[in-house]
Design a protein around this ligand. Structure first.
Ligand code: ATR
Length: 277
């Protein structure tokens, strides 16, 4: 049977084995998918061993996504722009790298949540790896404006400048700190790509950043109503979502890339969802 795995550190929390096993059952694909914890200094050795044992592909999660990009010898444009990979495919000496996180986010927002990105104002909070991975797919979806705000404004400016230097997002993509938000006006889609929800920290957001008929999206999943989502609800935002749909959609993209068949995501999202209360 073809073997796949997710590699990270820690890995115990990963839902990927469950998701891919459900996909395999639903599509009749014969494969196994396990979770592997690599030592912090042993990512490449762990992947090498998995390949030597016949592994066909892996998903890569924190903290190895940047290293995964460097490990591969055939890196997609999407992964290169994201500076990170979350999926590898092995074919003899060839190792292809892809990044499906951003496309998973865009699919969840547009296809599952029914919120168009084209022509709308989108705010991304955070300027770390999660934000970087989302920017190019969000830009490709055609927003009127894409603003990146971060606690350290410098980091947001650097991130946006690196996109402008590649000729991406000119006239659409801009950056600032929290202090710049009161002047930006309201956004129809506000995405929390900081890691603040993991520590239950609230962000200093003015209520005016949320358009009332818009969407507030927290990339974390399984945490219920995070402080960010509570802020959005209190500001009167009509649609709230956590990152479970993004997680399942990026998995479906990887599954389709490896196996040539795209599973139906809705039943899996329904199984993994927790109420936002
Ligand atoms: P990830 O890969 O999850 O994006 P990261 O690269 O370490 O992780 O980035 C974490 C992001 O969350 C950063 O944008 C960070 O802001 P700073 O650049 O100012 O550090 C943001 N972040 C983390 N904890 C936060 C908090 N309590 N309040 C606001 N922003 C926070």
């Amino acid at each position: 049977m073809d073997r796949y795995a997710v590699i990270g550190h820690p890995i115990g929390h990963s839902q990927s084995p469950r998701i891919h096993t459900l996909f395999a059952q639903a599509t009749g694909q014969a494969l196994t998918y396990t979770a592997i914890e690599a030592p912090l200094d042993g990512f490449a050795a762990t992947v090498d061993a998995f390949r030597a044992a016949g592994g066909r592909g892996v998903n890569v999660t924190l903290p190895f996504k940047v290293e995964a990009c460097a490990y591969a010898n055939d890196v997609s444009e999407r992964a290169r722009i994201a500076g990170a990979a979350n999926a590898l495919a092995f074919d003899g000496p060839r190792c292809r790298a892809e990044n499906f996180d951003g496309i998973g986010l865009v699919r969840d927002i547009t296809a599952n949540l029914g919120q168009p990105i084209a022509g709308r104002r989108v705010l991304v909070l955070g300027a770390g790896g999660a934000a970087r991975g989302a920017l190019q797919p969000l830009l490709a979806a055609g927003p009127e404006r894409l603003f990146v705000a971060n606690r350290s404004a410098d980091k947001a400016h650097e991130l946006v400048q690196s996109f402008h230097a590649l000729g991406l997002g000119r006239g659409v993509l801009a950056a600032g700190g929290w202090a710049d938000l009161p002047a930006t006006g309201a956004f129809e889609i506000v995405i929390n790509a900081t890691s603040a929800s993991l520590t239950a920290d609230a962000l200093p957001l003015p209520a005016g950043v949320f358009a009332r008929d818009g969407l507030a999206y927290d990339m974390v999943y399984g945490k219920g109503l995070t402080p960010f989502l509570r802020q959005a609800r209190e500001a009167g935002v009509g649609h709230l979502a956590d990152g479970v749909g993004m997680l399942v959609e990026q998995a479906a993209e990887a599954f389709a890339w490896w196996r040539g068949v795209r599973p139906d995501t809705r039943p899996v999202i329904d199984q993994l969802s927790v109420p936002l209360t």
